[in-house]
Design a protein around this ligand. Structure first.
Ligand code: PLP
Length: 396
């Protein structure tokens, strides 16, 4: 499915002529962050607070569609207070990561899949979809320019945040006729502070995240805004995250905050994974798909089947469910230790991270670091020193 688009080594065969990749016009920062200051920031990167020197921007207009992308200094925007995106929420985003592979090299994990999902989210919100090749070119340009911002070491990466929103100044009730694409990046460490512990989760009985026919499968800002009140209530109950149930019967488990959920049945060689199916109310996580594939490639049985809250509770009581974990780009693999409901609480397994979550988490990290084979071509190489690399060719 994913085409290998790794940058070519300098001494590799000449690239075959093909359709020209989109050009990202470089307007580099005249005064980038001094190296000493950058290194200090990279020592303990906070999540989403310190951004790199650059960003990529592109604009959509009815006449030109998505025009040329520009790599430019990260800076505040000027826009009309009547911009549609601010008022009516025509806005979609993505989240994915680049990992360090040496002084001049990084890999971006499954960028084309994130580009396709951004396009799918855009369609749902009546936003013009950004072409996947423009998305990939923007990613390469930013990672290349800010490669020195990628922290080294386990659990560290560069988080990439694309967003597309309506910036046309009008308040009529129709989709906008002008959109802005931004690609930002920030260095990140571990999402959950406190190292590898199992989290406590609270089931939201009052609120729902997504309803059939709604926007649950789209990565849009409104889905997050709509979840924060429940997240605050869960925190008051002493939980780290909210468990979302289906909106119709309030019976089936859908997601954990902004992460997908997996249930482990059995132990050792007989362990099997179950994850809720993608029926339109669940965000189709790239990490979810990655873990399903990694597990199946290693002979593990994985089924996509509904899991009710009652199944979860009873499965834990009888020892049938041995582990539960959530996954997503930001927090990777996170074990669930304890479940709180209005009707009592229970512990999952021993209440600590289990061996299946540990094994899959280690496997995923090894794929990111290039210590495991990559038969599905998930790792997209960006090599600053290779003039034959795609982004290098475009500029030449
Ligand atoms: C982004 C997101 C996920 C995880 O998706 P990944 O592609 O694995 O990062 C899961 N659930 C929700 C609601 C999300 O917004």
């Amino acid at each position: 499915m994913t085409r290998p688009t790794a940058a070519r080594p300098a001494d590799g065969p000449a690239p075959a002529p093909g359709p020209a990749a989109p050009v990202v016009e470089p307007r580099p920062h005249p005064d980038p962050t001094p190296a000493a200051r950058r290194r200090a920031l990279l020592a303990e990167p906070p999540f989403g607070e310190v951004f790199t020197d650059h960003m990529v921007t592109a604009r959509w207009t009815p006449d030109d569609g998505w025009g040329r992308a520009v790599l430019e200094p990260f800076a505040p925007l000027r826009m009309s207070p009547a911009a549609v995106g601010l008022h009516y929420g025509q806005s979609v985003f993505e989240g994915f990561k680049a990992y360090r592979r040496g002084p001049d090299r990084a890999v971006v994990f499954r960028p084309a899949d994130h580009g396709r999902r951004l396009a799918a989210s855009a369609r749902r919100m009546a936003v013009p979809a950004l072409p996947t090749d423009l998305f990939t070119a923007a990613t390469e340009a930013l990672v290349r320019a800010d490669l020195d911002w990628i922290p080294e070491g386990d659990d560290r990466s560069l988080y990439l945040r694309p967003v597309v929103f309506a910036d046309e100044p009008h308040l009529a009730l129709r989709p906008a006729r002008s959109y802005l694409f931004l690609l930002l990046a920030f260095p990140t460490g571990n999402f959950f502070t406190g190292g590898q512990r199992a989290v406590t989760v609270a089931v939201s009985e009052e609120y729902v995240r997504a309803a059939p026919g709604g926007t649950g499968a789209a990565k849009c800002g409104g889905n997050y805004a709509g979840s924060y009140l429940a997240q605050e209530e869960a925190a008051r109950r002493g939980a780290d995250q909210v468990v979302w149930l289906d909106a119709v019967e309030r019976r089936y488990v859908e997601e954990l905050g902004g992460m997908n959920l997996f249930f482990v049945h059995g132990e050792g060689d007989r362990a099997e994974l179950v994850t809720p199916p993608l029926t339109g109310t669940i965000l189709p996580g790239v990490t979810r798909d990655t873990l399903i594939t990694l597990a199946r490639d290693r002979g593990m049985r994985v089924s996509e089947a509904p899991v009710s809250l009652a199944d979860w509770r009873e499965g834990c009581a009888r020892g049938r469910i041995t582990e539960v974990f959530a996954c997503g780009t930001a927090a990777r693999v996170t074990s669930v230790g304890k479940v709180l409901t209005g009707d009592g609480a229970w512990t999952v397994g021993e209440g600590v991270p289990g061996p299946v979550a540990g094994r899959l988490s280690a496997l995923l990290a090894a794929v990111h670091r290039g210590e495991e084979p990559d038969p599905h071509h998930w790792c997209h190489v960006v090599d600053r020193s290779a003039p034959g690399g795609r982004a290098g060719r475009e500029r030449g």
